[in-house]
Design a protein around this ligand. Structure first.
Ligand code: BGC
Ligand code: ZN
Length: 368
């Protein structure tokens, strides 16, 4: 069967390859589920892997099938699978448990091990292919009504986890009921965070560099949030003049903004960092002031990566809520559709991360 593979570490090696079709017997104990891939979303991680900057092949393989944002339909199940039947839609979780306490507790997203197993990224083949096999523990059932948008579940799960972490941490305050949130960045993660925080009833200001109006600012406003260009007013000014943000969700991909956000935080507030910044940028920071304000203000900052089953499941509920509250909004996030696998190598290489683009989605096979 066809797959998009790379030789990790080798720049521009993404190509269409012929790989063996997986068999359900590859999962032990009759627990295999064979899934036909329908849609795959692409993101910056895929681009970095294709550029040779990131990614690890499975042990014993010299190549890695890329793609981690999936949506598919169950084709066949092993005799000991009762959770799923043929014809049901599923999204696969990205990370598999490795070694460590949190992995064994169903929280591989919180692993303390340096080695992590992520489909299409690290040590496990991904979903830019025709079929894959996984265990039901790794699969999230999707209601048919979400079949057009469920390819967005993986990035949604990353947002869900970040917000859940913030709420979990703020239980320290006993009565935390945040009213105002800031989202930094208006890419897929920033826009999904904007919608989900709006669904939680919060007033949201979403910051990005570009001046409005353009597609991203329109999408922010379409869910009742406010768009703010940082060229017109920086985060620090808005926080000082218009009121504090009890929750700041950083998803801009620009690490200096994380430090600006630390300063914009008020007493007791929480900052969630989600940008995977692979570079080596250095900046000067007012270290004493930031430290002092954190100490005297009981402030919190937390990093968040990947997502566990709970986050995927709340993601399903929020995708359904978003479809009901803001009909058609999720589909507008897909700004580029690619037909079939053949064009994927150049699509991944040239992936447009600019302000006019949001999400590229590959239609691997027709929706049933
Ligand atoms: C994926 C996450 C993953 C992270 C780090 C992101 O693009 O969405 O699931 O944990 O990359 O590899
Ligand atoms: Zn991703």
């Amino acid at each position: 069967m066809k797959a998009i593979t790379v030789f990790p570490g080798k720049p521009d090696s993404a190509h269409v390859a012929d790989v063996p079709r997986p068999r359900i017997e590859e999962v032990a104990g009759g627990r295999g589920v064979l899934v036909k891939v329908l849609k795959v979303g692409l993101d910056g991680t895929d681009k970095e892997i294709s550029a040779g900057e990131y990614g690890t092949a499975p042990v014993g393989s010299d190549y890695l099938v890329i793609g981690h944002e999936s949506f598919g339909v169950v084709e066949e199940v092993g005799e000991r699978v009762s959770e799923l039947v043929r014809g049901e839609f599923v999204v696969a979780m990205v990370r598999h448990p490795g070694e460590g306490l949190y992995d064994s507790l169903g929280l591989p997203d919180m692993t303390t091990s340096e080695t992590y197993h992520e489909h299409g990224i690290s040590l496990l083949h991904g979903f830019l292919t025709e079929y894959y096999v996984d265990a039901p523990e790794q699969l999230i059932k999707i209601p048919p009504g979400l079949k057009k948008v469920a390819v967005l579940l993986e990035p949604t799960s990353v947002v869900e986890k970040g917000i859940q972490q913030a709420f979990e941490i703020q239980r320290r305050l006993k009565i935390w009921r945040p009213q105002r949130a800031a989202v930094l960045g208006a890419g897929p993660i920033g826009l999904l965070a904007t919608a989900i925080l709006r669904l939680r009833g919060m007033e949201v200001v979403t910051f990005a560099l570009e001046r409005p109006p353009y597609l991203r600012s329109e999408l922010v406003e379409a869910v009742g949030a406010r768009y703010q260009s940082t060229q017109e007013r920086p985060l620090s000014a808005v926080a000082a003049e218009d009121g504090r943000f009890e929750l700041i969700f950083e998803a801009s991909g620009f690490s200096p903004l994380a430090f600006e956000a630390m300063r914009a935080l008020s007493k007791n507030d929480v900052l969630v960092l989600s940008s995977v910044t692979g570079g080596h940028r250095e900046i000067r920071v007012p270290a004493d002031v930031i430290n002092l304000e954190f100490v005297l203000g009981n402030k919190v900052m937390v990093g968040t990566v990947n997502a566990n089953r709970e986050a995927f499941e709340s993601g399903v509920r929020d995708l359904a809520m978003a479809e009901a509250q803001y009909p058609g909004w999720l589909e507008r996030l897909v700004t580029r559709r690619v037909e079939g696998l053949d064009k994927c190598p150049q699509e991944v290489r040239l992936l447009d991360m600019g302000p006019g683009a949001i999400k590229t989605c590959v239609d691997v096979a027709q929706l049933p």
